[in-house]
Design a protein around this ligand. Structure first.
Ligand code: NFS
Ligand code: SF4
Length: 658
C-alpha cells in the first residue's frame, strides 16, 4: 500500500490549478480568492488532516478515553479498556458502515413511504410512471403479477419491501435476486441481512465499548449491515424511484456551470431525493410563475441539478447538471444562482456563508436537514408544490434584485447519460432478444476485458476530478468497459468522455463493441443509490452464463478514487461482501501491516468474498484493477481469447517470421 500523504500547504503556496481539473470550478476559485471568500478547498489546505484519525488509531467510544494508539507502533499500546489496535480500527470502520447504511436506508424508506401514499391515493402529485418496472420488481421477489391489477401488485410490493427495513428475522426480500452461489457464501458465513434496523442496531451495539472485541467477528457484522444497504435500502430507493418517476434510458444532456443563464432565473436543486426535484420541475413549468419571472425581466426559469438528485433528474428528464460535490460552493460564486434548494446528504454547511456572500438564498427543505443560517421551507409530499412554488417566487425576487456582478464560466459539455441495467440489456441484445449474452460473449471472446465500476465522491484533499478521469481513461484504453454513478460520473461527463465518440480513446476491442452498438465506453447509471444497478448487472452476467457461478468469479472490479463520505465506505463494503475487488483512493482509515488490514485486504477474498485495495494514484489503481480482472479471466479459462484479440500487428509479424 502506498503511504498516505497528508500534504500541508501554506496558504501563500497554493496554486489553484493544483486543486481542481474542472476549469469552471477553477475560474470560480480564482474569483472567490479575489473576493476573499473561503471554500472547502481553502479549508482543506488550512485544516491538516489529523494523522492519528487518518489511520483510525484513536477511540472515543467511552469516557475512560479518548485513547490514542501509535500508528508507527500499533501493537505497542492498548486503550484504557485494553482494546487493541485491531478492535479500535474495526469498531471505527463499523461505525462508518453503520452511518452510511443508515443514510441510504433512511432515504430508501422515505421513498417507500411516498410510494405507499401514492398507491393509497393520499399523495396526488405523483403517480406510478412505470408499471412494467413495477411488475418486474414484484415478480423478482415472488409476488404474483399475472392477471392482477396494478394497485394490488403495488400494495403487495409495499408490504414486502417494507421488510427490508423492519424485518427482525429471515432474509431481506432482494436476497432473492442474489446469484445462488453468492447467497450460499453469505449463508455459510451467517451474513444474509434480516432488516436494516436490526442490522444497524446490532452493529452499533457490537461496536460499543466492551462488546465485540474480535475484528473478524466485527467485520462479519459490517458485511451484513453493508449488504442491507446495497441489496436493501439503496436498491429499494432505485427501484421505487424508477417505478414512480420512470426507468432511465439514455439522453443527451448538458453539464457544467455554463448551464447557468445570465438572463434567466437560475434555480439549483442539490441533494439526494428525487421527490423535491420532481416537484420543482412542475413548479418551474407553472404558467403563472413563468409569467412572474418574465415580468421580473427574466427570459425564463432555468432549473439545474447538482450531485445525486441532479443525476437522477438528468437520467430521467434530461435536466441540465451543473457539477459535483466540490463545485457546490464555487457555483454560488458566479453570483448567478437565484436560489439553491437542498434536501439531504452531502450538503456542506459551508454553503451558508458562500451563499450569503453572493446574495443567493439557500433553502433547506427536509425535516432531517436544517442548517443554521439557511431558510427552512419544509417539503411535504402530500402538498409538495407549496414548498417548491415558494422557492421559485423567492428566486424570482432575488433575480429582480440582483446586485452582484454575474460571472458564469462558459464551460458546457454534452454527453449521453441515463443507462439502466434494463437498458444495457436492451442496447446490447436488441428489442426482441434483449439479454446480457452479447456482453458476456464479448467478455469471453476478449473484446471487452472486463467491467469496472468507478463511482463516488470528490474530495478537496486531492485534485478534483483528476483521479476519476485519469483512472477511467486508463481503464478504457485497456478494453475495460466502465460503468459509473455519483460524483465520479459527473467528473467524466464534464470531461466530455461520455459520448459515443469517446470510443476512440478505448482499446481496439472495446472500441469495436462501442462502435457496433453506438454506445460510449463509459456508461453513467445515476446517483449513488444506483450502484445497485451495478449489482443487478453483475447478477445478470452471472445468470447469463459463461463467466462463473458467483459475482466473485466475474472479471469485474470497483473503485471510488476520490471518496470522502461514510456512505462510500458502506458501498465499498457491500461490493466487497458481494464479491467485488474494490479500490479506494485519497486515504484509507487503517494501518498497514495490522491484522485488520490483512483481513480486509487479503483474507476476505480467501473466504469467497471480494477484497479491499488502496492507492491514491490513478495509474496504479488501474493496474490493480486490470491485474484483478486478468486473474479472474485466467481462473475462468478465458485469458487466451484475450491474448488473441490484443495481439498487435508488430507481434503478429514477429510470430509469422518465427
Ligand atoms: Ni455519493 Fe451523492 Fe457525491 Fe459522494 Fe455525496 S453527492 S450519494 S456521497 S459526494 S458521490
Ligand atoms: Fe479507550 Fe477502550 Fe474507551 Fe475506546 S472503549 S475510549 S479504547 S477505554
Amino acid at each position: 500500500m502506498e503511504e498516505k500523504k497528508i500534504v500541508i500547504r501554506k496558504e501563500k503556496e497554493i496554486n489553484l490549478k493544483d486543486l481542481t481539473s474542472c476549469e469552471a470550478t477553477l475560474q470560480m476559485l480564482k474569483r472567490a480568492k479575489k473576493d476573499g471568500v473561503e471554500t472547502q478547498f481553502d479549508r482543506a489546505v488550512n485544516m491538516r488532516a489529523c494523522p492519528i484519525g487518518a489511520d483510525s488509531a484513536c477511540c472515543k467510544h467511552c469516557a475512560m478515553g479518548p485513547c490514542r494508539l501509535n500508528s508507527k507502533d500499533p501493537y505497542g499500546k492498548v486503550g484504557v479498556c485494553g482494546a487493541t489496535i485491531d478492535t479500535i480500527m474495526s469498531r471505527n470502520f463499523a461505525r462508518m458502515v453503520a452511518a452510511g447504511t443508515a443514510c441510504h436506508n433512511d432515504h430508501g424508506m422515505a421513498m417507500l413511504e411516498v410510494f405507499r401514499d401514492v398507491v393509497n391515493g393520499e399523495i396526488k402529485d405523483y403517480k406510478i410512471a412505470d408499471t412494467g418496472k413495477l411488475e418486474t420488481v414484484a415478480a423478482s421477489i415472488g409476488i404474483e403479477t399475472e392477471g392482477r391489477s396494478t394497485h394490488d401488485i403495488a400494495i403487495d410490493l409495499y408490504h414486502e419491501l417494507k421488510k427490508t427495513y423492519t424485518q427482525v428475522e429471515g432474509e431481506i426480500p432482494f436476497a432473492k435476486r442474489v446469484p445462488e452461489k453468492t447467497l450460499e457464501t453469505w449463508r455459510k458465513h451467517g451474513i444474509v441481512p434480516r432488516g436494516a434496523m436490526r442490522e444497524i442496531m446490532e452493529l452499533m451495539n457490537r461496536s460499543h465499548m466492551g462488546v465485540d472485541q474480535d475484528y473478524k467477528n466485527i467485520t462479519k457484522q459490517c458485511s451484513r449491515t453493508a449488504l442491507v444497504d446495497g441489496w436493501g435500502g439503496s436498491m429499494v430507493a432505485t427501484e421505487i424511484g424508477d417505478i414512480l418517476f420512470g426507468t432511465p434510458s439514455p439522453v443527451s444532456i448538458e453539464i457544467n456551470m455554463g448551464v447557468l443563464k445570465e438572463d434567466q432565473v437560475n434555480i439549483i436543486v442539490h441533494g439526494h431525493e428525487p421527490n423535491l426535484f420532481e416537484s420543482m420541475i412542475s413548479s418551474v413549468n407553472e404558467p403563472s410563475l413563468i409569467q412572474a419571472a418574465r415580468e421580473a425581466g427574466a427570459k425564463d426559469i432555468n432549473l439545474v441539478g447538482m450531485c445525486c438528485s441532479g443525476l437522477e433528474m438528468f437520467s430521467r428528464h434530461g435536466t441540465p447538471h451543473a457539477g459535483n460535490f466540490s463545485s457546490t460552493e464555487p457555483i454560488l460564486v458566479t453570483g448567478a444562482v437565484d436560489a439553491m434548494a437542498v434536501d439531504i446528504q452531502c450538503i456542506q454547511q459551508g454553503l451558508v456563508k458562500v451563499a450569503e456572500c453572493y446574495g443567493t438564498p439557500l433553502f433547506t427543505t427536509n425535516p432531517r436537514c436544517h442548517i443554521e443560517g439557511a431558510t427552512h421551507i419544509e417539503f411535504h409530499e402530500r402538498d409538495p408544490k407549496t414548498c417548491t412554488d415558494e422557492i421559485v417566487i423567492k428566486a424570482i425576487s432575488r433575480f429582480k434584485n440582483r446586485k452582484i456582478p454575474i460571472e458564469i464560466p462558459q464551460y458546457v459539455s454534452r454527453g449521453v447519460q441515463g443507462f439502466s441495467h434494463e437498458y444495457i440489456n436492451y442496447m446490447l441484445g436488441g428489442t426482441f432478444r434483449g439479454s446480457y449474452t452479447p456482453l458476456n460473449d464479448n467478455i469471453i471472446n476478449g473484446r471487452i476485458r472486463g467491467v469496472a465500476g468507478v463511482v463516488g465522491c470528490t474530495n478537496p484533499r486531492v485534485k478534483q476530478d483528476w483521479v476519476h478521469v485519469e483512472l477511467v481513461k486508463e481503464l478504457i484504453k485497456n478494453d475495460v468497459l466502465v460503468i459509473q454513478t455519483g460524483c465520479s460520473q459527473i467528473a467524466l461527463a464534464k470531461a466530455g468522455l461520455t459520448t459515443p465518440e469517446a470510443a476512440h480513446l478505448a482499446g481496439p476491442g472495446l472500441r469495436e463493441v462501442c462502435e457496433t452498438v453506438g454506445m460510449p465506453p463509459i456508461l453513467g447509471l445515476g446517483a449513488c443509490v444506483d450502484n445497485t444497478r451495478i449489482l443487478i448487472a453483475c447478477s445478470e452476467m452471472v445468470r447469463t452464463g459463461g463467466l462463473g457461478e458467483s459475482i466473485a468469479d466475474l472479471p469485474v472490479a470497483g473503485a471510488a478514487p476520490e471518496w470522502m463520505s461514510e456512505k462510500a465506505i458502506a458501498i465499498g463494503q457491500y461490493f466487497v461482501a458481494s464479491g467485488v475487488f474494490t479500490v479506494f483512493g485519497v486515504t484509507f482509515p487503517i494501518i498497514e501491516g495490522t491484522k485488520f488490514h490483512k483481513h480486509l485486504f487479503e483474507e476476505l477474498e480467501e473466504l469467497g468474498f471480494g477484497k479491499w485495495g488502496f492507492t491514491p494514484d490513478p495509474y496504479e489503481m488501474a493496474q490493480l484493477m486490470i491485474a484483478h480482472i486478468d486473474k479472474k479471466r485466467r481462473a475462468l479459462g478465458i485469458d487466451r481469447a484475450q491474448d488473441r484479440v490484443l495481439i498487435d500487428m508488430a507481434d503478429r509479424q514477429k510470430l509469422d517470421a518465427a
